[in-house]
Write a protein that binds this ligand. Structure first.
Ligand code: HEC
Length: 162
């Protein structure tokens, strides 16, 4: 009876742990779960990441200015620029790429890919001259910035950890 009770517990404990890890409760950066990725990067990769971040932040601000001016073509061009930038990929040697894959969890790579898809959707909305869609996609893109920072950059943005 007691051994039955013990094994019966595991299915409840495991999901609870998964949920706790998913919410980032006291989980240090391990390259597996959420937590700041920057400390696990080589100095070169860290520089490339920061460069990419600064350039997409500038492009996002420029998109805001184009949006409120109704400049569809400029929105499209800037969003396409964000999508195509991939500074990380362009300047990476195969060895850098290996280092990156070893340092970051696959969910980080997935969030980056999802982010780049959103920028492509925004570029399309700009080319279509669909302003409602531009506003919606821009909002989603900013949400994606914050979501990734909350999971992987709370060392740089500690207020997102609260
Ligand atoms: C897939 C994850 C991810 C996405 C998406 C993302 N970021 Fe970041 N960002 C990071 C990480 C990780 C850092 C911390 C880098 C460091 O401190 O080394 C960072 C840092 C930054 C910084 C600070 C750079 C510096 O010099 O310290 C800025 C600004 C920034 N991001 C802007 C943005 C903006 C704007 C967006 C969306 C348009 C965005 N990021 C989307 C992961 C992401």
């Amino acid at each position: 009876m007691s051994s039955y009770g013990k094994t019966g517990r595991f299915p409840f404990i495991a999901p609870a742990l998964v949920i706790a890890v998913g919410l980032g409760f006291g989980v240090p950066a391990t390259g597996q779960d959420t937590g700041p990725v920057s400390p696990d990067l080589t100095p070169k990769l860290r520089d490339l990441l920061r460069q990419e971040m600064l350039s997409i932040e500038q492009a996002s601000k420029d998109i805001l200015s184009a949006l409120i001016a109704g400049d569809d073509a400029h929105v499209a061009g800037l969003a396409q620029q964000i999508h195509d930038s991939f500074i990380l990929q362009q300047s990476m040697t195969p060895e850098d790429k290996q280092d990156l894959m070893a340092a970051v969890p696959k969910e980080f790579v997935e969030q980056d890919q999802a982010f780049h898809e959103l920028s492509a959707d925004l570029a399309q909305a700009g080319r279509d001259g669909d302003r409602d869609a531009q506003h919606a996609e821009f909002g989603r893109m900013i949400e994606a910035c914050t979501a990734c920072h909350a999971s992987y950059a709370t060392d740089r943005f500690p207020m997102l950890a609260e």
